[in-house]
Write a new protein. Structure first.
Length: 325
């Protein structure tokens, strides 16, 4: 290689490195390209979530399921096609809600500035604004995410924490995404809002070890109430159960209080009591709502950066439910 060619190649490499270092998420990423984007999202959320507060939990869950599978790239929003079964049709995702809500916001943003704001950013901002609207914590959402081109139904099966996972599996899946034990316990606090289907706890209630028994880690009185009043048989797949009974629309500390009483709905909730480290973190969260909110905000911003696509990676989808053709 001649001297001129060598220096040309060196300059190209340096420019590539510089570009990659600059292509990061940042607050106000759309300040010039679509200055009203975040306001449009916030206004729509503020207008609609008070009339359907349960949707806040659904939108937060949608964001979580997106980020844990191939990063926060909006891939969970993509529809299946004749040639590909997408993430949203994977078993862990079939109860996800909020797709239409995101699609509507996307259409409003596209009318303002076509082809500029990613679906991944819209989802991240909508989740934050929805939680804030119901009185939950606010957290920074740096933007600049790009939308992914791949959405496969097989991926959530190996990437998403499940209601039946023990602590070791949960820590592994969180660790795979750069999140630690504190993030795990703090983000589990999101179970202070929302509901679950009886099918997610039927085995825990009716056939825990395959002998028609109930999980002994679940408070016996609570288990009896669930079987008597809610999930009346092992085949119930439609009835909904509050994750945080009596407080499922309020973002507060009651979830941790339930866990300490052995009334966490999922096995994954009960697993937080199996380690002195996680028990200690729960005790810390219970000290003050303000402290929990601050920790939750920190972990949410951290989660929102998981394997993001930036710069020239991926694309900016025209419609969130389909990749650009």
């Amino acid at each position: 290689m001649g001297r001129q060619s060598y220096f040309k190649a060196l300059i190209i490499c340096l420019m590539a490195l510089l570009g990659s270092s600059q292509a990061q998420l940042q607050l106000g990423f759309y300040a010039k390209s679509c200055p009203n984007a975040e306001k449009i999202i916030f206004n729509y959320v503020a207008d609609h979530i008070p009339n359907a507060p349960s949707l806040a939990a659904a939108l937060l869950r949608l964001h979580f399921h997106d980020c844990f599978v191939n990063g926060c790239d909006g891939s969970v929003l993509v529809n299946s096609t004749q040639n590909n079964q997408a993430e949203k049709d994977s078993i862990p995702n079939v109860t996800l809600r909020g797709f239409g809500f995101i699609d509507t916001i996307k259409s409003l943003i596209e009318a303002e500035c076509p082809g500029v704001v990613s679906c991944a950013d819209i989802l991240a901002l909508t989740a934050r604004d929805s939680i804030q609207t119901i009185g939950g914590p606010y957290w920074n959402v740096p933007t600049g995410r790009r939308d992914g081109l791949i959405s496969r139904a097989a991926d959530p099966l190996v990437s998403l924490p499940a209601p039946f996972h023990n602590l070791t599996v949960q820590l592994t899946l969180f660790g795979n995404n750069g999140l630690d034990v504190n993030d795990l316990v703090v983000l589990a606090g999101a179970h202070t809002i929302g509901v679950a289907h009886c099918s997610t706890i039927s085995t825990r209630l009716y056939n825990f070890t395959g002998k028609g028994d109930t999980d002994p880690s679940l408070d016996s009185e609570y288990a009896t109430n669930l079987k008597t009043l809610k999930c009346k048989n092992i085949n119930d797949v439609t009835t909904l159960v509050e994750l945080d009974p009596g407080s499922h629309d309020t973002f507060d500390l009651d979830y941790y209080k339930q866990v300490v009483k052995r009334r966490g709905l999922f096995q994954s909730d009960a697993a937080l009591l199996t380690s002195s480290t996680t028990r200690s973190i729960i005790t810390t969260q219970l000290q003050s709502t303000e402290g929990f909110f601050a920790q939750f905000a920190k972990s949410m911003e951290k989660m929102g950066r998981i394997k993001v696509k930036v710069g020239t990676e991926g694309e900016i989808r025209k419609q969130c439910a389909r990749v650009n053709s």
